[in-house]
Ligand binder design. Structure first.
Ligand SMILES: Cc1cc2nc3c(=O)[nH]c(=O)nc-3n(C[C@H](O)[C@H](O)[C@H](O)COP(=O)(O)OP(=O)(O)OC[C@H]3O[C@@H](n4cnc5c(N)ncnc54)[C@H](O)[C@@H]3O)c2cc1C
Length: 454
C-alpha cells in the first residue's frame, strides 16, 4: 500500500510537498480552507508584486523624459488594477490545481486539525466531517498578519496587508506602521501609485536587519519622492473618525492620515490544530521547531513554511516542501543536501530594488571574520545609463584567502533577478574568478557583477 501522506495547507510549502510526494509514489491528500496557492497567492507575494509592477510602470513614465521621449501622464484605474490582480491570481491557482490533479493529489476543501498523531480530521466546506488516516503529516498552515492589542483593523481606514488588494480608492494619505520588508514594500507601492505616504520607523533605520548602506539608499529614495519618514516613532494607538486616522506614538507624536496600514510582522497559524493532543511541541511564539529534515519532535509530523519559524519566504517554503517529500519517501538516504537557510536569496521589491544573499558585512564584522568587500556603482555600467537608471550598486563579499564568494547585496534595477548569480556562487562555493571570467552579455547590468567580483 502506498504511504498515506496528509498535508494541511495548500501554500508554497504544502503544494510543493504534495506534487513531489505524489510524483515519488505517495498517496497524497492536501487540505486547504481557502485557495490552492495559499496566502502567498491570495494576499502576499503575488498581489503585492502585481500592484508594485503597476506602480513601477507609473514611476517609469515619470523618468521617461530623459530618454528622448515626451512626458507621458499615466492615470491609475483602480478597477482595472483589481481585475489584473485577480486575473493573475486565478491563472496561477488554476495552473497549480491542474498540476496537483495531474499528479493525482486529492485536494480537500475544508479546515483540518490533527486528532492524535496518525489521524487528521477535516471539516469540509459543505459541513461534513471526514477523518483521514496518515502515515506522515505535514503542517504547512502558514501565518497571518500580527495585530497588536492596541488596534482593531476595520478594513476601511485601518488596514492589514490583506485588506489592500486593491483598496476601492487610492488612500489620499497612508500612514504605514512598520518599516521591515513588508512595510517598505507597501510604502513604495502606494507612493508610486500616487498616495502621500508617511512611514513610522520604530528605530533609527528602515529595514533594521539589513546592511546600513542598503537601508540608506532606500531612505534617500523615499525622501526624494516625498515620503515622510518618522524615526524612533513607535505606534501605541490609532484613533479613527469618519474621514481620518490619527496614529499616536509612544513619544507623544501624532501622525494624521486618511488610512493606516499595519505591517508589523506575522503570527503562525498553529492554534486549534490539535498539535498538543498529537504531542507536537510549539515554541513560545507558536512556531513548530524542526530539525534539518523539517521533522517536528514527533518524527512523522513535519512542519514547513512560515509555521516552521525559519525564513518567512515563499521560496524557502517551497524548498522545505520538496525536502519533506523526499524525506517522507526515503530519498534522503541517497545523495542529499540539507537546506542551508543562511544561503537563501531574498529581495525587497522597492525602487531601487534590493536583494541580498549569504553573509552580510555587519554579520562578518560581528563574527570577527576576515572578508574582502568589493563594490561597484551601477553608474559605471553602460546598460544602467542606457536604461536612464544609474541608481544603486553591487557589493560582493568573498574570502580573502580562497576567493570563495560568501555573499552579496545589490541595490538597483532588476536586483531580484541579478542576485541569482551571486546566490548560485554562494550555494556552489564558486570563487570570484568564476564570476569575473564568465563571458557575459554586453551591454547588461550583469556586467556590474563581474566588475564587483574583480
Ligand atoms: C505582504 C507580503 C508579501 C510577501 N511577498 C513575498 C515575496 O515577494 N516573496 C517571498 O518569497 N515571500 C513573500 N512573502 C512571504 C510568503 O508569503 C510566505 O513566506 C509564504 O506564503 C509561506 O508559505 P506557506 O506555505 O508557509 O503558507 P501560506 O502561503 O500562508 O499558505 C498556508 C495555507 O494554509 C491554509 N490553512 C491554514 N490553516 C489551515 C487549516 N487548519 N486547514 C486547512 N488549511 C489551512 C491557509 O488557508 C493557507 O492557504 C510575503 C509575505 C507578505 C505578508
Amino acid at each position: 500500500m502506498p504511504l498515506r501522506f496528509v498535508i494541511i495547507g495548500g501554500g508554497p510549502a504544502g503544494n510543493t510537498a504534495a506534487t513531489w510526494a505524489a510524483r515519488l509514489g505517495a498517496d497524497v491528500t492536501m487540505i486547504e480552507r481557502d485557495i490552492v496557492g495559499g496566502a502567498a497567492h491570495l494576499w502576499d507575494c503575488i498581489p503585492s508584486k502585481t500592484m508594485i509592477a503597476t506602480g513601477g510602470a507609473m514611476s517609469f513614465t515619470r523618468r521617461i523624459e530623459g530618454m528622448g521621449l515626451d512626458r507621458v501622464q499615466a492615470e491609475i484605474d483602480m478597477t482595472s488594477l483589481k481585475d489584473r490582480v485577480e486575473g493573475i491570481v486565478t491563472k496561477l491557482n488554476s495552473s497549480i490545481g491542474q498540476l496537483l490533479e495531474s499528479q493525482r493529489v486529492r485536494i480537500l476543501r475544508g479546515t483540518a486539525r490533527l486528532d492524535g498523531p496518525h489521524r487528521v480530521v477535516v471539516e469540509t466546506a459543505s459541513g461534513d466531517v471526514e477523518v483521514i488516516a496518515a502515515d506522515a503529516v505535514l503542517v504547512a498552515s502558514g501565518s497571518r498578519p500580527r495585530i497588536p492589542e492596541w488596534c482593531a483593523p476595520d478594513g476601511e481606514r485601518i488596514l492589514t496587508t490583506r485588506q489592500c488588494y486593491p483598496p476601492p480608492l487610492l488612500p489620499e494619505h497612508l500612514v504605514v506602521i512598520g518599516s521591515g520588508v513588508t512595510g517598505v514594500e507597501f510604502v513604495h507601492m502606494f507612493s508610486t501609485l500616487g498616495s502621500k505616504v508617511s512611514l513610522l520607523v520604530s528605530r533609527q533605520q528602515v529595514l533594521p536587519n539589513k546592511d546600513a548602506e542598503v537601508a540608506a539608499a532606500l531612505e534617500e529614495d523615499f525622501l526624494r519622492r516625498g515620503v515622510s519618514l518618522l524615526k524612533g516613532a513607535r505606534a501605541i494607538a490609532i484613533d479613527r473618525s469618519e474621514h481620518e486616522v490619527r496614529v499616536r506614538c509612544e513619544d507623544g507624536r501624532v501622525v494624521a492620515g486618511s488610512h493606516a496600514l499595519l505591517a508589523i510582522g506575522s503570527v503562525p497559524n498553529t492554534e486549534d490544530m490539535g498539535l498538543d493532543g498529537a504531542g507536537v511541541e510549539v515554541d513560545g511564539g507558536g512556531y513548530i521547531p524542526i530539525n534539518h529534515h523539517c521533522q517536528s519532535n514527533v518524527m512523522h509530523v513535519y512542519a514547513a513554511g512560515d509555521v516552521s519559524g525559519k525564513l518567512p519566504l515563499s521560496s524557502v517554503a517551497s524548498m522545505q516542501g520538496r525536502k519533506v517529500a523526499e524525506h517522507v519517501m526515503g530519498l534522503h538516504t541517497l545523495e542529499h543536501r540539507h537546506l542551508d537557510y543562511d544561503k537563501a536569496a531574498s529581495a525587497i521589491f522597492t525602487e531601487p530594488e534590493i536583494a541580498d544573499v549569504g553573509l552580510a558585512e555587519a554579520e562578518a564584522f560581528a563574527m570577527g571574520r576576515k572578508i574582502r568587500v568589493t563594490k561597484v556603482p551601477f553608474s559605471a555600467a553602460p546598460k544602467a545609463l542606457i536604461n536612464n537608471d544609474p541608481r544603486g550598486f553591487v557589493k560582493i563579499l568573498s574570502d580573502p584567502a580562497t576567493g570563495v564568494v560568501l555573499g552579496g547585496s545589490i541595490v538597483g534595477r532588476h536586483a531580484a533577478e541579478l542576485i541569482s548569480v551571486i546566490a548560485l556562487a554562494v550555494t556552489a562555493n564558486l570563487k570570484v574568478t568564476d564570476i569575473v571570467e564568465s563571458l557575459l552579455v554586453h551591454p547588461s547590468l550583469a556586467e556590474a557583477l563581474a566588475d564587483a567580483a574583480d
